[in-house]
Design a binder for this molecule. Structure first.
Ligand code: AMP
Ligand code: ZN
Length: 486
């Protein structure tokens, strides 16, 4: 069992010793993707970070029940539950059923998670699969008078709640500041207080996804889904709740309010938040339009990229910064990560062939404890990686005959590298030269297809696309040119 684990808790704004509710079973809930469009690299950073956390908890000896939901209903455009339904809007644009949109983007999300070598969660519940639980929780909040109905829509009464509980506990803001910073009623004239938020929303007849409820046809608000699903699978009180930092002020604040009001206990003991991936200092987001798709990154087809990077180089790039630091995207940083990842893997491959002699070296004995020490202090991957690179230098020195390794140390060194590189950091072997080659060939073919199209030889360009499709390679035309995925 490694050193005691310490975790930064957003709730206390301190690093605290991790003491799970049950000695061997850790309950962890992470807010999952909203599957109405392709996820961008920023989303991937958050999910890869929690994958690393999941992996380290398991390495530390815990059995983990990791729940990561899929938001596939009830998500309106504004945080204040106003605006259009994102799924309905997308369904109209793509001329698909809303559930076809859900299926398409859930599939893409799973493909990307697999490419980044993220382990599947233990349970992946969907909002549409838990409408009953959301209605039940809303009913309970109504019966306990924490919520009120206005013409088929149910609102949570934040001002009433804040008289008994600290509504801004997670964001460290007091209710008066929050009220001062909030627009009048956020376009919803029928709610009583401007911080009140919808638990259930009355659907207009033309609304595409709607369900029967005691208050008529409607659909759930966004925040209630995570309260209802975490309660169902992890209980009213569990260990860790996570997501990106942008979820603190509204989504997680409202989740805590719903749970405290309904269950009389705050849901999670440790709230963990990942920092944002930025582009030129600006948060990567769907709405800012500065998002790269993982496919564009792998293929090097985005205008900001000078070439493609393999999924493991990108994962390594993300792990080189601490999950609570911002990470700015740059070609230089990606190139450095690509080289670093290759150096690490090359060193690992050298271990088997190292000549052994002499007695144990203090270095190897200390290496595991150093890596564990870094990970146990709030999952500090950059420091753990720095220690692994001391190992890389040692391996290269032994290989060049400048240092010695005993037979026992060689076995332990290989185990340390295996545990940290593969099991904890979640990296894996990649045949990068083949990837580069495929990418090069694809760029030539995409160029030929673009030329055929420019000369209005659509038969040739379609033929090329169809032949590639027969090989399992899909071409996607975008405004900045074509990309491919397989
Ligand atoms: P969404 O699909 O928009 O609900 O986001 C899924 C997850 O990605 C949430 O936990 C967000 O907080 C997180 N996220 C969104 N943008 C970024 C970003 N630029 N960097 C890191 N995480 C992000
Ligand atoms: Zn959530």
């Amino acid at each position: 069992m490694p050193k005691a684990l310490r975790i930064y808790n957003t709730l206390s704004r301190k690093i605290e010793e991790f003491t799970p509710l049950h000695p061997n079973l850790v309950g962890m809930y992470v807010c999952g993707p909203t599957v109405y469009s392709y996820l961008h690299l920023g989303n991937c950073r958050t999910f890869s970070s929690f994958d690393m956390i999941f992996r380290y908890l398991k390495y530390a000896g815990y059995k983990v029940r990791y729940v990561r939901n899929i938001t596939d209903a009830g998500h309106l455009e504004g945080d204040l539950d106003e605006g259009d339904d994102k799924f309905a809007k997308r369904a109209k644009i793509e001329q698909l059923e809303p559930m076809e949109i859900v299926q398409k983007y859930t599939q893409y999300f799973h493909d990307v998670m697999r490419a980044f070598n993220c382990l599947p969660p233990s349970i992946e519940p969907t909002a549409t699969g838990h409408i009953v639980e959301q209605i039940e929780m809303t009913k309970e909040l109504l019966s306990k008078k924490w919520a009120y109905e206005v013409d088929g829509t149910i609102y949570f009464d934040v001002e009433k709640y804040s008289k008994e509980y600290n509504y801004g506990i997670l964001s460290n803001r007091n209710i008066h500041d929050l009220l001062d910073g909030t627009r009048e009623l956020g376009g919803q004239d029928d709610k009583h207080g401007r911080l009140d938020f919808a638990l259930w929303i009355k659907a207009k007849p033309e609304h595409l996804m709607q369900w029967q409820s005691p208050w008529g046809m409607g659909f759930p608000g966004w925040h209630i889904e995570c309260s209802a699903m975490s309660k169902k699978y992890l209980g009213t009180s569990f260990d860790i709740h996570g997501g990106g930092m942008d979820l603190i002020a509204t989504h997680h604040t409202n989740e805590i309010a719903q749970n405290c009001a309904c269950n009389n206990i705050s849901p999670a003991r440790y709230w963990m938040h990942t920092n944002m991936l930025t582009v030129n200092g600006v948060r990567m987001s769907k709405s800012a339009g500065n998002g790269f798709l993982p496919d564009e990154l792998f293929a090097g087809s985005h205008p900001l990229l000078d070439k493609g990077y393999s999924p493991m180089s990108v994962r390594f790039f993300m792990l080189q910064s601490h999950y609570r630091s911002t990470l700015d995207f740059s070609n230089d940083a990606l190139q450095a990560a690509e080289k670093g990842y290759a150096r690490l893997m090359n060193a690992f491959r050298l271990i088997d062939g190292l000549k052994t002699e002499g007695n144990s070296e203090a270095f190897v004995v200390a290496l595991r404890a150093k890596c564990e020490g870094a990970m146990s202090e709030d999952f500090n991957t950059p420091i753990a990686i720095a220690h692994l690179f001391e190992g890389v230098t040692f391996i290269n020195n032994v290989n060049d005959g400048r240092e010695k390794i005993s037979a026992a140390d060689k076995i332990e060194l290989k185990k340390i590298f295996h545990d940290f590189i593969f099991d904890i950091l979640g990296l894996k072997e990649e045949v990068s030269s083949k990837n580069d080659m495929l990418n090069g060939v694809m760029q030539i073919l995409l160029q030929q297809r673009a030329e055929a199209k420019a000369m209005k030889n659509f038969a040739a360009s379609d033929n090329l696309r169809d032949q590639l499709l027969a090989l399992g390679i899909t071409i996607k035309d975008g405004k900045d040119g074509a990309t491919y995925s397989y």
